[in-house]
Ligand binder design. Structure first.
Ligand code: GAR
Length: 196
């Protein structure tokens, strides 16, 4: 059984969908949720699910190997970022080659990079007058949102869409695809890119 750790900084609705999905199949389980934010709602969700949690600060993350030690101790096979705000340090990327993935709420390489998180992304997409947006699931490397793309799905932007409305449409795409893309990675089966 594969053991998944999710890193999240905020609400954690994707973390919950992923935990639910893998609670019904034997391939993998979400066994830990880690956060840089002690007040993140995702920690509350984790407790409700009975999933172990770990909160860390900048010093522990960037200047010690405390988080790595904890991941190894918990025999984590795959790290899934779901709304995680901090850059992943080199030592973690080296320890988990092609085993750290992220989801971004836009069609990378556009609208990525530092500070591009959640609603900030949707506002930028709408103010640029784009006719479509979507989600990108990618491997994590040392730069924000620059790792190899695994999967993208698209959605139309309607006239008068607000960031809130677009966020909901994007979240639905995320819930639909992120757990299945994780499953495909773990079973080494290609997951077709969907346009829509
Ligand atoms: C998701 O839409 C995710 O794609 C985005 O944050 C949201 C988290 O929602 N991630 C980024 O913007 C990363 N740059 P959630 O906490 O409800 O899962």
């Amino acid at each position: 059984m594969n053991r998944i750790a999710i890193f999240a900084s905020g609400n954690g609705s994707n973390a919950q969908k992923i935990a639910e999905y893998f609670s019904n199949i034997n391939l993998a389980k979400v066994t830990m949720i880690l956060s840089n934010n002690p007040d993140a709602f995702v920690l509350h969700r984790a407790r409700q699910f009975g999933v172990a949690t770990k909160v860390f600060d900048r010093k522990q993350f960037y200047h010690s190997e405390e988080v790595l030690r904890c991941l190894k101790e918990n025999k984590i096979d795959l790290i899934v970022l779901a709304g995680f705000l901090w850059l992943i340090p080199d030592y973690l990327i080296r320890s988990y080659p092609k085993k750290i993935i992220n989801i971004h709420p836009a069609l990378l390489p556009k609208y990525g990079g530092k500070g591009m998180y959640g609603d900030a992304v949707h506002k930028a997409v709408i103010s640029a007058g784009e006719s479509e947006s979507g989600i990108t699931i990618h491997y994590v490397n040392k730069d924000y949102d620059k790792g190899e793309v695994i999967f993208q799905a698209r959605c139309k932007i309607q006239e008068n869409d607000t960031a809130e409305v677009l966020a909901e449409r994007i979240h639905n795409l995320e819930y639909q695809h992120y757990p299945k893309v994780i499953e495909a990675i773990l079973t080494d089966v290609p997951y077709p890119t969907k346009t829509g």
